[in-house]
Design a protein around this ligand. Structure first.
Ligand code: EZ4
Ligand code: CO
Length: 412
């Protein structure tokens, strides 16, 4: 199992994806996701220029050793670019290990701890009727847990609202949930935290009244609040019994989350922009979150995330792995195998990729009655159709950003 090829494939069916494909001398092929939304080519360069040459001639069976070599051997540690590149290598090697063993990756991680993975979808709308329709549409698609994002009176464009969906290139405006819009410059949105804080509880009250107490509801604050504002929001949402409030602050200042904890029992989910378990060390040990939001793609791959989740388990903290459309089907498959295997699985985000993406990445996962399962093909269960991928060259795309009324750039 000597690696004799390591190729980086960039394709942009509905959006940009970066995939590492490793081939061994005995003909096994493994793929890993290295997509870093809006900064895709930085990871491509890291992989092509600095990692691929080191893979050639290496033993593909030594997953842990390769991880440590790429992490410790580089001298420069952590960071989203490095960790996405390492994640791609790690995933591809697990894919190969599964194929060599004739087993799906979750079997190699200890086997299934459950029958399927409860997944949540993204409902959104500018106003209540649209939000209600969106929740119903998701329920019809099988979702049993729903994230709710809303417009705010007075604000023109807010991240995460479907009606502002991305133009996917065929003239239609499909809600890709996460519009890293194609173009030379990022789009500018507006923001007003006080208006948001006033409005959100009214939306969750209305949604609870309409849909009853059972439906698990989630909300993403996208890092926009100060600790005090986050405490106020978490407290005001308490009557609506959220499954979680996500990214209530930019969690660089983790100590400050104590303020939110002291004010409220609304569960907190954080970590989609973290990239190692060291980023989680204090936040977990101090019991400041309830769910780990990392993507397997952005936090060093399956090997590293398994360690992170075992650490989190000591504190009864569960997974809520990131699963937006900017995580490729390969990254999603890695999350599903890991989520199926660990005991402390919580919920899986599931945005659903577009048809073109599904043609490029052939997948074996199943989606039944609100539950995902990665399938039982050896490895990760995803095949990259290189010819199909070749039809969609890279296109520059940026995440939006926002400014306050006076022109100040605000937290993401
Ligand atoms: O902003 O994936 O919970 N999901 C999110 C996403 C992220 C994008 C960033 O790449 O917050 O929409
Ligand atoms: Co988020």
């Amino acid at each position: 199992m000597i690696i004799d090829k390591a190729e980086v494939i960039v394709t942009s069916p509905d959006r940009n994806f970066v995939t590492l494909r490793i081939t061994t001398d005995d003909g096994l092929v493994g793929i890993g996701d290295a997509t870093l939304n809006g900064r895709e080519l930085a990871v491509v360069a890291y992989l092509q220029e600095h990692v691929a040459p080191l893979l050639l001639g290496a033993d593909a069976s030594r997953i842990e050793d390769m991880w440590q070599f790429l992490y410790r051997g580089a001298y420069w540690r952590r960071g989203p670019v490095t960790m996405a590149a390492i994640a791609a290598v790690d995933m591809a090697l697990w894919d190969i290990k599964g194929k060599a063993a004739g087993m799906p990756v979750y079997q190699l991680l200890g086997g299934a701890s459950r029958d399927g993975l409860m997944a949540y979808g993204h409902a959104s709308g500018k106003e209540l009727p649209e939000i209600f329709d969106s929740i119903r549409a998701h329920q019809e698609k099988g979702f049993r847990s729903i994230r709710v994002q809303t417009g705010v009176p007075g604000l023109k464009a807010i991240y995460g609202i479907a009606s502002q969906g991305a133009d996917v290139g065929d003239g239609s405006v499909r809600y890709d949930h996460e519009p890293a819009r194609r173009g030379a410059r990022p789009t500018q949105e507006d923001w007003d935290t006080r208006a948001y804080l006033r409005h959100i509880p009214t939306v969750f009250e209305a949604v609870r009244n309409e849909f009853g107490p059972e439906l698990p509801l989630l909300h993403d604050g996208h890092h926009r609040m100060t600790p005090l504002q986050a405490a106020k929001l978490a407290k005001s949402l308490e009557p609506y019994d959220l499954f979680w409030l996500e990214d209530c602050t930019p969690a660089e200042n983790q100590e400050a989350l104590k303020l939110v904890r002291q004010a409220s029992t609304t569960p907190l989910a954080i970590g989609e922009i973290f990239n190692t378990y060291w980023d989680y060390k204090d936040i977990i040990a101090n019991q400041l979150i309830d769910y780990v939001r990392s993507a397997v793609t952005h936090t060093g791959g399956i090997s590293h995330m398994k360690k992170l989740m075992d650490y989190a388990a000591m504190f009864q903290i569960k997974s809520g792995f990131h699963g937006p459309t900017d995580v490729s089907p390969v990254g999603m498959a890695a999350a599903m195998h890991l989520g199926l295997a660990i005991h402390n699985f919580g919920i899986q985000e599931y945005m659903q990729h577009g048809e073109r993406t599904n043609q490029v990445f052939r997948q074996t996962f199943t989606w039944n009655d609100g539950y995902l399962h990665p399938g039982d093909e050896p490895g990760l269960g995803v095949t990259l159709d290189v010819d199909e991928a070749g039809k969609y060259p890279y296109e520059q795309a940026y995440l939006p950003f926002n400014r306050l009324a006076d022109g100040t750039v605000h937290d993401w």
